[in-house]
Design a protein around this ligand. Sequence first.
Ligand SMILES: [Zn+2]
Length: 164
Amino acid sequence: MSYFEQFMKANQAYVALHGELNLPLKPKTRVAIVTCMDSRLHVAQALGLALGDAHILRNAGGRVTEDMIRSLVISQQQMGTREIVVLHHTDCGAQTFQNESFHEHLKNELGVDVSDQDFLPFQDVEESVREDMQLLRESPMIPDDVVISGAVYDVDTGSMREVY
Ligand SMILES: [Zn+2]
């Protein structure tokens, strides 16, 4: 039995809370947040965001990848966002492995050789935020006047500290 049935049921209750909103497609704050998929990070609650306020782009680690940049370009050039926040967090799953051992795991587990693929693990969470802010600053797809900030979220306390 999957959770899906439960989700469908929960959604029925949500519809009553949601009501008819007709919010505009373009995010109100003109901000895109690049962050991790971690289940302990409720981005909207942690940052005081409401529906329609911001784009929240998530992947494993909250890393700036080719596809993250694809989403940011659409966010900016189609939906008018002008600011980016890179938000990584403590105790991240991307800190729990290294490429080499993960490649080996995938070979054993799935029988695939993906030894040329970087799964973007990191050790130091502030360093990973800086790296990703730098990638955004260097990208020709991100205009120079876009404001780029970074922070680390603490999954134990819910607090956020800025990374420079
Ligand atoms: Zn994470």
